[in-house]
Design a binder for this molecule. Structure first.
Ligand code: SF4
Length: 262
């Protein structure tokens, strides 16, 4: 029972007391259940079981499937429902320590139903490999689960609007709550805006630790930026951010890895 539901029960009991002039009676078991209910609800919200243990990978996979089903059927943004091929939920390990957040599906992702599969996605996969991760080790999701629509006859992708991001954001927050990663990485300023609701330049934001809901959050450039700007100095910036992530996750770092792009 959630807190609003409990409040209704309490209000009803107070009403009975007022009318009858005596305290309503309840069994010890019923009282114990009522007392335990809000705690159980907050544990569910925190992603832990009633015994306080962390959710098992199996539980996480089941919970993510339930959210995915709601996303597949989602019609909150009518204009995107008309233009999308399919929704793009997220991919990877439901029990990942490391979770990447991008902005929205592009044309390739819309076609394939998986985030980060286009050119920028292939670059992200190479960055992961350099960190000794496979795509299956981490979790990758976007703020928006549908491709932002484009005017008829035009190509390319557009960034999601603040309203679109606000509408879709709750699904991402559920994903984060279920996965409970040790580290989050936001890719690009739009992803940061979608997640934290704050705008800023990448120069100010990247390369240092932030937090989202007590989870360490690293902000770095979107791989699409590295495709546009191939300067080794920019690649090195992203790599330095990833080195910080590896350190935070206590992953071994070789001398060769430390020296990439220097
Ligand atoms: S973008 Fe998100 S909120 Fe909007 S229709 Fe798609 S799944 Fe639903």
């Amino acid at each position: 029972m959630t807190r609003p539901a409990l409040d209704l029960v309490i209000a009803a009991l107070e009403g009975i007391q007022e009318k009858s002039g005596r305290a309503p009676r309840a069994s010890r078991t019923a009282l114990a259940r009522l007392q335990a209910a809000p705690e159980a609800a907050s544990q569910r919200e925190a992603g832990t079981s009633p015994t306080g243990r962390r959710l098992q990978p199996r539980d996480k996979a089941d919970l993510l499937s339930a959210v995915r089903e709601r996303v597949v059927a989602c019609t909150k943004c009518a204009h995107l429902v008309c233009s999308r091929t399919q929704t793009v939920f997220g991919v990877g390990n439901p029990d990942a320590d490391l979770m990447f957040i991008g902005e929205a599906p592009g044309v390739d992702e819309d076609q394939q139903g998986e985030p980060f599969v286009g050119r920028a996605g292939q670059l992200l996969t190479r960055i992961l490999k350099a960190m000794n991760f496979g795509r299956e080790d981490v979790y990758i999701a976007n703020i928006l689960k549908c491709r932002p629509d484009m005017p008829a006859g035009s190509f390319g992708n557009r960034p999601p609007t603040p309203t679109e991001m606000q509408t879709c954001r709750p699904y991402l927050l559920e994903q984060i709550e279920i996965i409970q990663p040790s580290v989050l990485v936001a890719l690009g300023a739009v992803a940061v805006e979608g997640l934290l609701g704050t705008r800023g330049t990448m120069r100010e934001l990247r390369g240092r630790w932030h937090t989202y809901n007590s989870i360490p959050l690293m902000i770095t450039y979107h791989p699409a930026y590295l495709l546009r700007n191939q300067a080794p100095s920019e690649k090195r910036k992203v790599w330095e951010d990833m080195l910080q992530v590896m350190e935070r996750l206590e992953r071994p770092i070789t001398e060769r890895q430390r020296n990439y792009f220097l």
